[in-house]
Design a protein. Structure first.
Length: 431
């Protein structure tokens, strides 16, 4: 039986999307929109542009892939002090959702082995508060299904303090409440529903999360000792434990160029030597010039560095990779590391069970010694799900994800108020 339906036309209903720009939709959009910047490389229906009330504008294009689902492209960040958008990413998307069950009876690659993308869910108006729900034409849906799904939410949200500082005058407090652009969609896989959420903060940070909700798998209430948790009355209904290993695939294009460097930093702490008052800490940089399977560790971090772009202090622009909490699953070769840096290859799209044959079916095989001049970052964040009584019903969303944070993209805090704009470097107090 064939469920695939090829669709030559990918154009959306322009009428339905004419009000596509999210500016003006949310509580953070109180200020007038700035003059349009250089045209994005997509038509209006596929553009997302949001100026947040602090003055920061995020711009990107979206499209919908028949396996990866939501794909964001040509993502740029323009804080209020910058004359032009600063490109951050060529492309950002999920790279796989790998779900092995603890009893060894089942293992899924949800993006490439299940109709993840085809099961995009219609959003109720109430689940995109203050925002805009766009219609997505879903490729390869069952012929009986409507391919037009109200499935993409763009909205804004407050995140609490962006900063706070007591001024010299008694009554002066510098404080700002941070605002974020949120972009999300929900895909159903079996009994689960996955919320794929992208959060673009007005301070330049991007946080990507997947939230699993829906319902525990109905077929898996028969776990043995040590492989599940009883969630019915008494010692009954042992829900089988399992892992959700989520991969993201980020193709950086800092300052509009795909030629980016990668650096790893490690710090070593040494006990006080004789005569020293305190332990000392030394941080060292290692340039990552070849493909690498990397592991998170205390005092270790990475950044992707622009080869050309500099901020107004003359420092190379970069984005730091900020891993989230993860339970690394050692069961498969491709889940053994937290992070993979691979040289860009348009065949290498999914961290496991990749449809194309690119010298191996999984990301670990693609780390094979190539020089790293156009790095693609694969982040693997694992969550070991041992069910609890509270998982019924519906199952509360459990989130996993990570962030990328600007490091020297701007010469100062992009949200610095004008009165403090002179306090850059080792400034002298005035007055
Ligand atoms: Cu789960």
């Amino acid at each position: 039986m064939s469920r695939a339906r090829s669709r030559a036309a990918v154009g959306l209903s322009v009428a339905a999307l004419a009000a596509g720009a999210t500016t003006g939709a949310g509580p953070a959009a109180a200020q007038p929109k700035a003059a349009p910047a250089a045209a994005a490389d997509c038509s209006a229906a596929y553009q997302i542009e949001q100026q947040l009330s602090s003055g920061t504008t995020w711009r990107m294009c979206w499209r919908y892939d028949n396996k990866a689902g939501l794909v964001l492209e040509n993502i740029s960040y323009q804080p209020k002090g910058e004359a032009a958008p600063i490109k951050v990413l060529n492309s950002a998307r999920l790279g796989q959702v790998h779900v092995p069950y603890d009893d060894g009876k089942a293992e899924y690659d949800d993006l490439t082995g299940q109709p993840f993308a085809q099961s995009l869910m219609n959003l109720a108006p109430g689940e995109c508060p203050g925002g805009t729900i766009r219609t997505v034409k879903v490729p390869d849906v069952w012929t009986s299904d409507n391919p037009n799904v109200k499935g993409l939410c763009t909205t804004t949200r407050s995140r609490g303090h962006a900063y706070r500082m007591q001024g010299n005058e008694a009554n002066k407090v510098y404080q700002a409440q941070g605002k974020d652009l949120l972009v999300y969609a929900v895909n159903q896989v079996g009994w689960y529903e996955y919320i794929t959420e992208w959060r673009f903060q007005d301070d330049g940070t991007v946080t990507m999360n997947v939230g699993a909700t829906g319902s525990l798998s109905y077929e898996d209430y028969d776990a043995g000792d040590g492989r599940g948790w009883p969630i019915g009355k008494g010692a009954k209904a042992y829900a089988t434990s399992h892992s959700h290993n989520v991969f993201w695939r980020l193709d950086f294009g800092l300052d509009g160029s795909s030629k980016n460097g990668v650096e790893q930093y490690d710090s070593a702490v040494t006990a006080p030597a004789r005569g020293q008052q305190a332990p000392t800490t030394k941080t060292t940089r290692t340039k990552v010039t070849k493909e690498l399977a990397a592991d998170a560790k205390t005092y270790r971090w990475w950044r992707v560095v622009s080869a050309t772009g500099k901020n107004k202090d003359g420092h190379a622009r970069s984005y730091e990779i900020v891993p989230g909490a993860s339970t690394k699953y050692p069961g498969r070769s491709f889940t053994k590391h937290d992070l993979y840096f691979t040289q860009y290859n348009n065949c290498e799209l999914f961290a496991s069970n990749n449809p194309g044959s690119c010298g191996g079916k999984s990301v670990d095989k693609w780390v094979n010694g190539q020089s790293l001049t156009h790095p693609v970052v694969w982040m693997n964040v694992g969550f070991h799900h041992i069910a609890r009584d509270e998982d019924q019903q519906p199952m509360p969303v459990h989130w996993q994800g990570f962030s990328i944070a600007p490091r020297d993209v701007t010469a100062m805090n992009p949200l610095t108020p004008a009165e403090l704009g002179w306090q850059n470097g080792h400034w002298e107090p005035r007055g």
